[in-house]
Write a protein that binds this ligand. Structure first.
Ligand SMILES: *Cc1c(COP(=O)(O)O)cnc(C)c1O
Length: 404
């Protein structure tokens, strides 16, 4: 039976994008219009790339290259294409991820191999990849910074060095958390409106391999050679690319977003910590299971948590529907449970991912969330958990954060 929503409650959205106001874009748009360049690696795109590059270079001991793309999905596809693997190579991806990770593999002409994740970090680890690659069939690995949680790059550097298998991190949601702080590393980031450095649509690829970045850049521009020093004449097609360039309009939004990123990230982190503390206080310590990581995500955009069991999640879904609180089972169903994808993939056993998917829940999270809305979310969780936890610890404590 579908529960009736209570009409007097205003809906609490799942997320609210936090993009720069039109006034903040105006100086960039005026520069763009004065230059009369609207795409094709114009001044704003180059300035945006330089700003991003500076942040990564400050955290890296080796030189890095960086190029913008129209979105992270195309960034993943073109980074894989630039690896020049034989057609229908097998690319390892985690079963717990957004569908774009796997569709990018197929669009690049390869075969996704769906692997398990670590039960604590919810990530595909070098250990899991080593086991999956032991039979010699895996040609590349596409680990995902799930929900923005970064990978320790030292482990992937060792993996690449020891196996010779290239690794590209899908760090779509991990700007500000995922760095390339090992001698080897390649990562793709998203600038979608719902991610933490929003340009509306957009993305970028960053790598310690300059030739890979040069290939991706060329592939975003149809595959046309622009390098006078290359063997191919300038203007001639060097490889079969596509159009995945970032426009100057998107670079304008990206530059305005980057200018306020530090402040917005601090607010996101504080709100996330506050909500998490309130939910833990309501549930009782240890009842909710959070994604394990060394440091909190720098600029979280989602609030994902594992409830004690599947029934609690079903109850929470029902209560949230009644109370007009939007929730979402992120990354579910798992990739191997999507027939359109599984039909073209190799499915390895993924018991840890399957276990996580039985009770993982995404709660509302966005900057500017009212204190009363936080209280409604905590109240719904409290009601969903019922008696299934320690009563001594279940009294909700007020949050420490004041809503802005
Ligand atoms: C958002 C996201 C993508 C897709 O990014 P786009 O820029 O929207 O194409 C891919 N992978 C993961 C893990 C994501 O979170």
């Amino acid at each position: 039976m579908t529960p009736m929503p209570e009409p007097h409650l205003s809906p609490i959205p799942l997320l609210v994008p936090d993009l720069p106001a039109p006034e903040a874009l105006m100086p960039f748009l005026q520069r763009m219009h004065a230059a009369r360049q609207y795409s094709n690696f114009g001044p704003l795109t180059c300035e945006f790339e330089a700003g991003l590059h500076a942040r990564f270079a400050a955290r890296s001991s080796v030189p890095l290259g960086l190029t913008t793309v129209a979105n992270a999905t195309l960034g993943l596809e073109l980074a894989l294409t630039a690896l020049d693997l034989p057609p229908r190579s097998r690319v390892l991806v985690p079963a717990l991820t957004f569908v774009a990770t796997a569709t990018a593999v197929l669009r690049a002409g390869h075969v996704p191999v769906l692997a398990d994740v670590d039960p604590q970090s919810w990530l595909l680890t070098p250990e899991i990849a080593l086991r999956a690659a032991a039979d010699g069939t895996v040609s590349a690995v596409l680990p995902v910074a799930a929900f923005g949680a970064p990978h320790a790059m030292a482990g992937w550097h060792d993996f690449e060095r020891d196996t010779g298998i290239p690794v590209v991190i899908d760090a779509a949601a991990a700007f500000g958390s995922q760095w390339l702080d090992a001698p080897t590393g390649t990562a793709v980031f998203s600038l979608h409106a719902t991610k933490c450095l929003p340009a509306g649509e957009g993305g970028f690829v960053v790598s310690n391999k300059p030739e890979l970045i040069a290939k991706v850049r060329q592939l975003t521009n149809f595959g046309i050679n622009l390098n006078p020093a290359a063997g191919v004449p300038v203007g001639m097609l060097a490889r079969i690319g596509t159009n995945a360039k970032m426009s100057e309009y998107h670079a304008a939004v990206g530059l305005a977003s980057l200018a306020v990123w530090n402040d917005r990230a601090a607010l996101r982190q504080a709100l996330h910590a506050d909500l998490r503390a309130r939910l833990d206080a309501a549930a009782g310590m240890g009842v909710l299971r959070w994604q394990g990581m060394a440091e909190p995500v720098a600029a979280p955009t989602l609030l994902c948590v594992r409830l004690p069991h599947a029934e609690a999640r079903d109850r929470l879904d029902r209560l949230c529907a009644e109370r007009r609180i939007m929730v979402r089972r992120w990354y579910q169903p798992l990739l191997h449970a999507m027939p359109a994808l599984a039909a073209h993939s190799v499915c390895l056993p993924a018991p840890a991912a399957a276990e996580i998917a039985t009770d993982l829940c995404g709660l509302p999270f966005y900057l500017g969330m009212a204190d009363a809305d936080e209280a409604r979310i905590v109240g719904a969780l409290n009601a969903a958990l019922g008696d299934g936890r320690n009563p001594c610890q279940s009294a909700a404590q007020p949050g420490t954060r004041r809503s802005a």
